[in-house]
Design a protein around this ligand. Structure first.
Ligand SMILES: Cc1cc2nc3c(=O)[nH]c(=O)nc-3n(C[C@H](O)[C@H](O)[C@H](O)COP(=O)(O)OP(=O)(O)OC[C@H]3O[C@@H](n4cnc5c(N)ncnc54)[C@H](O)[C@@H]3O)c2cc1C
Length: 485
């Protein structure tokens, strides 16, 4: 092919990049472009959106990397659906290459771009890059998609070959000189403002991803033991880099495998295998979203759409208490303060607060899902929807609805000394360890002794868990299908 335009979206790197690698292999001149898509950006509520800043800074680094190789990133601000066909025409390319996206709206957008390009005789090709294995590569014997994770994971591991985690060569070839590429616009130029991203310690771009991966490498062997404790630096914190493709998923899989993920019994293998399983969850939810797009609106299992969620002023107040971290359950509140303050929440806590909202407060999982979508730096429709439906027991691989997290015992188990709680709820600093998970159990003299009064310094519990649990069981009874509590 003569010239090819590579359209970058959530794959902001120049190494191990499938569409770029293919373009460099097959095209004589390769252009690179990114569109700050107003279809997405105009819907964001805050000017200081960390994700927009993360993307912009990652683009600056990527542009520099491409310039060092003789190319450049052409950056536009507008509607990608029209900007890309326009640019392809201007550059007179014969094809546009992209890495595949699994979100329904992105698929629609790509179909429209494909049609517009085809009217001009320009080809549109998409490649697997975000996922290690695509949905049609991991099917049941009957040729259907898996709907339960464990058999999917087994089939995924069986299907995996060395080729699937080999880096895609995208460093050779000929990037086209792009004199018209005017660099990356400022945040102000696209209607946004600087956030607290840097002061929170997030380092965008390929360099940020490399740094986190290097640090995590030393912790991977202990991942299995440490991953459930939010006060401990046990997980990788790579999610935002995976979200925007500043690290390659193949590279992460290769690291896990090099650390023994496929060799049971090898030193450190348990940690690596457990981490690899998390990366497989990511593929699983991509596949679910791709194959069952109804999940964006409805329960994965239609029967669960019959659940009557709480509504009205009381439910609105309860939702507000949940979002602001004022439920009176310390670990739930600390978790919500973490997401509000940093845009990140530990996985154990995502499960806990999602269970609390849907089961203890009886509030529709879609409300929690939408709140997370606004707050999370690593917001990803597939994992977020999957996580919420899992916690609400409405999804594929549902935990049975009668298994309801107890917010106090979860707290005792996963934040034993209350270190995480005290980090985000400094008002509870003086509460003795014995009461940190349920401060309302302190007697009045005990409250006076530690200087923390329930109702004054911290709210009383919004609901009584045992009663809330019974209400949840009644609420879910409409979908009883042999799942006997
Ligand atoms: C209610 C709920 C909402 C969630 N929303 C999101 C979201 O919007 N974006 C997101 O990336 N993850 C989401 N997750 C999954 C998980 O909580 C995060 O991926 C993880 O906490 C990110 O931290 P980490 O990078 O340190 O993870 P690690 O433990 O180091 O895991 C490595 C990577 O594996 C992937 N991963 C781990 N767990 C899961 C999972 N359960 N499902 C899918 N992928 C997983 C992520 O890409 C993660 O970065 C959600 C989970 C729940 C329960």
């Amino acid at each position: 092919m003569n010239s090819i335009l590579v359209w970058f979206r959530r794959d902001l790197r120049d190494n191990d990049h499938t569409a770029l690698g293919e373009a460099l292999r097959r095209g004589r001149r390769v252009y690179c472009a990114f569109v700050f898509d107003r279809e997405i950006l105009d819907r964001l509520a805050r000017a200081e959106d960390r994700r927009v800043e993360f993307i912009r800074e990652s683009l600056v680094e990527l542009d520099l990397a491409l310039r060092a190789r003789g190319g450049a990133m052409i950056v536009r601000h507008g509607w990608a659906g029209s900007e890309i066909p326009l640019l392809a025409r201007e550059l007179r390319v014969s094809a546009v290459f992209v890495n595949r996206d699994y979100e329904p709206q992105a698929k629609q957008r790509d179909a429209a771009v494909r049609a517009a390009l085809s009217a001009d005789g320009i080809a549109f090709e998409s490649f697997k890059d975000q996922a290690v294995l695509d949905g049609d590569e991991v099917l049941t014997r009957a040729g259907r998609p898996y709907t339960v994770f464990t058999p999917y994971r087994k089939a995924w591991l069986k299907r995996l070959t060395e080729d699937d985690w080999q880096p895609c060569q995208s460093t050779g070839g000929c990037l086209a000189a792009t004199p018209g590429a005017g660099g990356v616009p400022s945040l102000a130029a696209i209607g946004f403002a600087a956030s607290d991203l840097r002061s929170l310690g997030f380092v965008p771009g390929m360099s940020g991803g490399r740094q986190l991966l290097a640090e995590f490498q030393g912790r991977m062997a202990r991942y299995r033991q440490q991953r459930d404790y939010p006060a401990v630096k046990g997980v990788s914190y790579l999610s935002v880099h995976l979200r925007f493709g500043t690290v390659s998923i193949r590279q992460l899989v290769a690291r896990a495998i090099a650390a023994g993920a496929l060799n049971e019994g090898a030193e450190g293998a348990e940690g690596a295998a457990t981490w690899l399983a998390e990366l497989i969850w990511r593929d699983f939810y991509f596949m679910i979203l791709d194959r069952f797009p109804h999940v964006t609106e409805c329960a994965f299992k239609p029967a669960y759409d019959a659940i009557a969620w709480e509504q009205g002023p009381q439910a609105e107040q309860a939702f507000a208490a949940w979002t602001t971290g004022c439920t009176g359950y310390p670990l739930v509140d600390a978790a919500m303060r973490q997401i509000n303050r940093t845009g990140y929440m530990h996985n154990r806590l995502r499960m806990l607060v999602a269970s609390f909202l849907t089961k203890d407060l009886g509030i529709d999982w879609r409300q929690g899902e939408a709140y997370f979508a606004c707050q999370l730096n690593d917001f990803d429709l597939s994992a977020n929807n999957g996580g919420w439906q899992w916690a609400a027991s409405t999804g594929c691989d549902a935990q049975p609805y009668f298994r309801i997290f107890n917010p106090v015992t979860q707290s005792e188990r996963f934040d034993p000394g209350g270190r995480f709680i005290r980090r985000y709820l400094p008002e509870l600093a003086g509460v003795p360890d014995k009461f940190i998970h349920a401060p309302w159990r302190m007697s009045w003299p005990e409250q006076l002794a530690c200087g923390v009064c329930i109702g004054r310094d911290t709210p009383p519990p919004l609901v009584e868990h045992d009663q809330a649990r019974l209400r949840a069981l009644q609420r879910y009874a409409v979908v009883k299908r042999g799942e006997v509590p």
